[in-house]
Design a protein. Structure first.
Length: 310
């Protein structure tokens, strides 16, 4: 019923359209570890963790391309990110404000590595084979999902017209997903995966060329039928509307059919299901995906629109 939005095709809501976009000066860093953030950067957030045993990567930290160096970098980054997320979710407040600085920087570095791997299948195979077993499972899903969305990406001609905003806090969004799950029996992980894929959890504000709007990207006619009288731009209303639409389209009995109604492109369906599966396997990955940022592919290269350092 709903065609692939221009935002998706442009790569705005995918995390995997190109290799690292680090600045030239960042690329001269040593190969084995990301460059340390300065002490002033590490203390700009009141939530910055002071107990980190290793330095944080800068927003455009150099990424090694040699598999024997890239695999340890991804492995260490993922493990550090999991620990940072554990601290955030047990000691912090996930329903107020943004994530701690360590979570943001580690998630961004992880995302940039996966962007590189999704563009280079041979490199991805070599790197994944060198990872520890728990990280390798996650990596296979992320690379496959990213490759799905990479196949749909095309350059954006006028990135300056793309409007972005900070998303609702992660805990607030999780509450909306769970409310929708209770009401419509659609798994919260599927709703989160759609929200991530469509708008990076509401970071992308601009409507698509087809007129799709809001954090769950509804065209007006579909919203009129399934939006429950809410505001398409309101994250709570949009998530409930998406759950209503997916339920009416076959979920939870057949998520693939329901997602195909939502966006009739097999690669899109595969990507959403993979991200949802990963969040089911390890709920911490929801908080990692939440901190993955908006990148746009242009004719001159890649541009990051959101996140630390901008």
């Amino acid at each position: 019923m709903r065609r692939l939005t221009a935002l998706l095709a442009a790569g705005l809501v995918v995390s995997v359209v190109a290799a690292s976009c680090g600045r030239a000066e960042a690329r001269r860093e040593p190969a084995d570890s990301p460059r340390a953030a300065s002490s002033s950067d590490a203390t700009t957030s009141p939530q910055a963790d002071r107990r980190l045993s290793s330095p944080l990567p800068e927003p455009d930290a150099w990424i090694p391309r040699a598999p024997d160096r890239l695999a340890p970098a991804l492995d260490a980054t993922t493990r550090s990110l999991r620990s940072a997320i554990d601290r955030w979710t047990t000691e912090g407040d996930v329903s107020s404000g943004e994530a701690p600085l360590d979570v943001q920087l580690l998630a961004l570095y992880q995302q940039r590595i996966y962007r590189m791997l999704a563009r280079d299948p041979a490199l991805a195979d070599d790197v994944v084979a060198r990872l520890s077993s728990s990280v390798a499972k996650e990596a296979r899903i992320n690379v496959a999902a990213g490759s799905n969305l990479l196949s749909l990406a095309s350059p954006v001609s006028r990135p300056s017209l793309i409007r972005t905003q900070p998303p609702e806090p992660a805990g607030v969004l999780l509450g909306f997903y769970r409310e929708a799950e209770d009401r419509f029996a659609v798994a919260w992980q599927v709703l989160a995966a759609v929200n991530y894929t469509e708008s990076k959890f509401g970071r992308v504000v601009s409507a698509s060329s087809a007129g799709a709007q809001g954090p769950m990207q509804f065209i007006p006619s579909t919203w009129a039928a399934y939006g429950l009288g809410g505001d398409v731009h309101d994250p709570h209303d949009a998530i409930l509307g998406a759950a209503n639409y997916l339920h009416a389209s076959g979920a939870p009995g057949n998520y693939r059919v329901a997602l195909y109604h939502y966006n009739p492109v097999p690669a899109y369906v595969d990507a959403v299901m993979r991200y949802a599966r990963q969040m089911t396997r390890d709920p911490r990955t929801f908080y990692a995906y939440y901190n993955w940022q908006v990148f746009v592919l242009t004719k001159h290269g890649e541009l990051r629109l959101t996140g630390p350092g901008l």
